[in-house]
Design a protein around this ligand. Structure first.
Ligand code: GLC
Length: 672
């Protein structure tokens, strides 16, 4: 139908009706005229509903209405898709926000020795609370507190009698709640020690188990033996001698991988697993921010109980008494261990959903040269376990101070860590002689500079920030059970009271002259108060470096690139794409002064100004990059503009060798 014909048809309809009869819907009228459909409610109300085919065909063939709309439609679709794609790429390529446990170092408080508020000679919870200002001063946000559970203290708290109670020596549950509330108010996170492998022999479960009470019979690892006969096998305890002890009540032997006062729990028993999950929930419900999980590699033992192979097969079996005598094939890292950790992780994740309430899981396992075993504690890309397993490799640093050695130790972690995971560094804890004593006070500053400028979370054992040293402990002063077996194995020397000031007892307490271990005689010189006044002190430098680490993105999350290592110096860069400020670290771990030539690193400007030297006299010095001078034990932090890198045709981020650069906090490992 032509347009003219259509108009004519309308006109005819108009003309044939008296004005008052014309229905409001002209088109219905028209349709009635053409097709004469039965009238119904729908056609009465809807305009156009009954438009004749000719009219519809006419409109549909008019390209001037359809094409622009289609173009508009597809334009909108294309724009929307582009926007979505752009958003996804920006999100995917942006660095992840770092979590609290990545931003701040973890500070380990050994509660017996931190601060004694009531003058009984032993540190306590109120004492920790009194000293929270120290963490603010240091810009530390994460604090791990060694065990404060109720305990007979045979292993100074690592023998737990009640996982849901605070030992009166340290205070009350109310003290703990107050401490936690105050820490949270100050933006501090509290990490608890969690000791799942064993309990104290005073634990209720052990008494029920030795009495073969229903449900509790298999809470521990029991095996047949007699009071005087041979032990079930040749397994030895970490503290020496057989790891089996005969129990008269039950008439069997129980396993203890540590002291005989620390019977091993049986994690093959689902009830024990549930108990542990409940304990984790108990503390997470209270609001604690994470756990350091103790001795995890010992959690399971082979059920067959076969002898472990001797390191020296020719040694008479009766002289196998120390952990070093055996290969621990059946008492460590058994199948099923990682399932346990995943269960705990899942439990912790349930508590991590609330924004800003991420709960940290750190595992303790020293696997020596078997670094791949340690890395397994990170879990897999699909099933996470710890946020990081403690990195014990730098404990070997004092053995052979040289740049090459330190680079080797650092690279042990970096080269083996699963891609995209977060590193961590420590040089001491309550089990290891203090680093200032092992490496020498001269190296304390450069070691702190290393820890605070490597990518990953540093852990600081209390007192390392002021360079505390081991104390001498006479036999009569020994407190550590490990020292009772073998005085040289005592861990007391590294557990002495914190040195706060030059006051009596180093300000550890102010009521009596009693302290559970002697205070180091150097306390009038090596203490927090004195070092606060000295800008060049170990403490002031720690604080400055830690503040820089948290304010300078390249140090926190940037690329980490090796550029040099020799028998004295270890040098590396920290820089982040898109940021002009970058940092060069030149650390001399050797015994002699050195001059380092970095002229091969074309990205570095010719002249380099020292931002911080561990020897303050060298702050601000300007070096030619081919002649960077350092003294033995000196570390230099040099700030430079990384713009040169963008102006050269440098093929990416590799400076020295394959896999020389790592980017913290992203799933990127740069390989040349
Ligand atoms: C862990 C602790 C250590 C303790 C042992 C037994 O290794 O760090 O101090 O003696 O477990 O509980």
């Amino acid at each position: 139908m032509e347009l003219g014909t259509l108009n004519q048809a309308f006109q005819e309809v108009e003309d044939s009706k008296p004005v008052e009869d014309i229905p409001t819907t002209t088109h219905v009228q028209l349709e009635e005229k053409v097709a004469d459909p039965p009238a119904n409610e729908y056609t009465q109300i809807k305009p156009y509903a009954g438009m004749p085919k000719e009219v519809l065909l006419l409109y549909s063939s008019q390209a001037c209405y359809r094409v622009p709309r289609e173009i508009l439609f597809w334009l909108i679709v294309a724009c929307t898709l582009t926007l979505v794609a752009l958003t996804i790429s920006v999100v995917a390529l942006s660095p992840r926000c770092l979590s609290w446990w990545q931003v701040s170092p973890v500070y380990q408080v050994y509660p017996r020795s931190f601060r004694d508020s009531d003058g009984d000679g032993v540190g306590d919870i109120k004492g920790i609370q009194e000293m929270l200002g120290h963490f603010e001063y240091l810009n530390i946000k994460s604090v791990w507190i060694s065990p404060i559970y109720r305990s007979p203290m045979r292993d100074l708290g690592y023998d737990v009698e009640d996982f849901r109670a605070i030992d009166p020596l340290f205070g009350t549950m109310q003290d703990f709640d107050d401490l936690l509330a105050e820490m949270h108010k100050l933006g501090l996170k509290l990490i608890m020690d969690f000791i799942p492998n064993h309990t104290s022999d005073k634990h209720r479960w052990f008494n029920l188990s030795r009495a073969r009470e229903p449900h509790y019979e298999d809470y521990y690892v029991w095996a047949d033996c007699s009071a005087t006969g041979p032990k079930p096998n040749n397994w030895v305890s970490m503290f020496g001698n057989s790891s089996w002890t005969y129990d008269e009540v039950r008439g069997q032997c129980y396993l203890h991988q540590f002291l005989k006062k620390q019977p091993d729990l049986n994690f093959r028993n689902p009830r024990v697993r549930q108990e542990m999950l409940d304990i984790i929930s108990f503390w997470l419900d209270k609001g604690v921010d994470g756990f350091r999980m103790d001795s995890v590699k010992h959690l399971l033992e082979a059920a067959h109980l076969r002898d472990e192979p001797q390191v020296d097969p020719d040694k008479p079996p009766e002289s196998v008494v120390s952990e070093w005598d055996l290969h621990h094939d059946f008492t460590t890292t058994q199948l099923g261990l990682h399932d346990l950790l995943r269960e705990w992780r899942a439990q912790m994740d349930d508590f991590s959903r609330e924004p800003g309430r991420y709960r940290l899981m750190v595992t303790e396992s020293q696997d020596g040269p078997e670094v791949e075993k340690t890395m397994m504690y990170y879990g897999t890309p699909l099933t996470k376990e710890s946020d990081f397993p403690f990195n014990f490799y730098l404990l070997d640093l004092p053995q052979n101070t040289s740049g090459l050695w330190v680079k080797h130790l650092v690279n042990l972690w970096m080269a083996n860590m699963p891609t995209g995971r977060w590193a961590n560094w420590l040089v001491g804890n309550h089990n290891i002689p203090r680093v200032a004593s092992r490496a020498g006070q001269r190296y304390m500053r450069v070691i702190n500079m290393l820890l605070l400028t490597l990518p990953g979370t540093p852990t600081t054992y209390y007192g390392e920030e002021i360079g505390m040293e081991n104390i001498n402990v006479t036999e009569s002063q020994i407190q550590d059970p490990a020292g009772r077996y073998n005085a040289s194995a005592s861990r007391d020397p590294q557990r002495s009271p914190m040195q706060w000031s030059a006051d009596p007892n180093a300000g550890f307490n102010n009521k009596t002259n009693m302290t559970w271990l002697p205070v180091h005689p150097n306390y009038s010189r090596v203490n927090v108060e004195v070092q606060k006044q000295d800008e060049g002190s170990v403490l002031s430098q720690y604080r400055l470096l830690n503040t820089l680490r948290q304010s300078e993105l390249p140090l926190q999350r940037g690329w980490f690139c090796y550029i040099h290592a020799d028998r004295g110096v270890f040098a590396y860069l920290r820089e982040l794409d898109g940021l002009d400020r970058a940092f060069l670290l030149v650390l001399n771990f050797g015994h002699e002064s050195a001059v380092t030539d970095l002229s091969a690193i074309t990205e570095l400007p010719g002249r380099l100004r020292v931002l911080i030297s561990t020897n303050r006299a060298n702050d601000g010095k300007v070096f030619s990059k081919s002649l960077i001078a350092t003294e033995a034990g000196e570390g230099l932090m040099i700030e430079f503009s990384s713009r040169a890198r963008f102006n050269t045709n440098h093929p990416g981020m590799c400076y020295v060798s394959e896999k020389a650069c790592y980017l913290a906090a992203m799933d990127i490992l740069y390989t040349c």
